[in-house]
Design a protein around this ligand. Structure first.
Ligand code: HEC
Length: 180
């Protein structure tokens, strides 16, 4: 469960940072007056400044990949609306290419289906696909948790974001649900 929360926090971080010209400040999740209410249920994963900082750090951290070479931000590049320009298909671990190119990341909280075919039904499941994909990050989510626990900064950041330093075992059901 914690894996889902922190990785979704990383997506929410992008959302909040891209809404604010000063990338270092926390803007929350502004509701544009001409947009409908978000589909994403924030009651299950409230946005906080500490969660924003944690999610942003994780998004740019290659520690999530098997050999610590690929970060989310390598395929979702901030200067290109979090897409992967100059690539016909996305370029991941061991110089492997996937079947599709990375989608830009924006307005995620208003979407009901994710990926080019809309086949992933919930935002929380999306990042686990990238971690487990053999052509993207090729890592076991349980090992991601181990690496986060052993890291000098993450336990403290978890405490600030969730009130506990404990980085718990991933919810197996959500990991299975993310496997395609
Ligand atoms: C190796 C490249 C690569 C990496 C690394 C990667 N992604 Fe992606 N991402 C993709 C591709 C390709 C797609 C489209 C997949 C599809 O349609 O089958 C995608 C789709 C997405 C989407 C769905 C967007 C939409 O509109 O449906 C989100 C959100 C996302 N990625 C977030 C992340 C996060 C968070 C991470 C890090 C945990 C990450 N990605 C790591 C390549 C990557």
């Amino acid at each position: 469960m914690v894996t889902r929360i922190i990785l979704t926090a990383s997506l929410l971080s992008i959302l909040t940072s891209s809404c604010d010209k000063d990338e270092s400040s926390f803007a929350g999740v502004p509701q544009p007056s001409n947009f409908p209410q978000p589909i994403y249920d924030f009651s299950q994963n409230p946005v906080s400044e500490a969660g924003f900082a944690l999610g942003k750090k994780i998004f740019y951290d290659p520690l999530l990949s098997r050999d610590t070479t690929i970060a989310c931000a390598d395929c979702h590049i901030s200067y290109a609306a979090f897409s992967h320009p100059d690539h016909a298909t996305s370029h991941g671990i061991d110089n492997l290419f996937g079947r599709r190119n990375a989608l830009p990341i924006q307005n995620m909280i208003w979407k009901t289906g994710f990926f080019w075919d809309g086949g992933v039904p919930h935002l929380d499941l999306v990042p686990l696909n990238a971690i487990k994909s053999p052509v993207e990050m090729d890592e076991d989510p349980a090992r991601v948790l181990e690496k986060l626990r052993a890291h000098p900064e993450y336990p403290g950041m978890f405490k600030e974001a969730f009130g506990t330093e404990e980085i718990t075992t991933a919810n197996l059901r959500s990991i299975r649900a993310a496997s395609r």
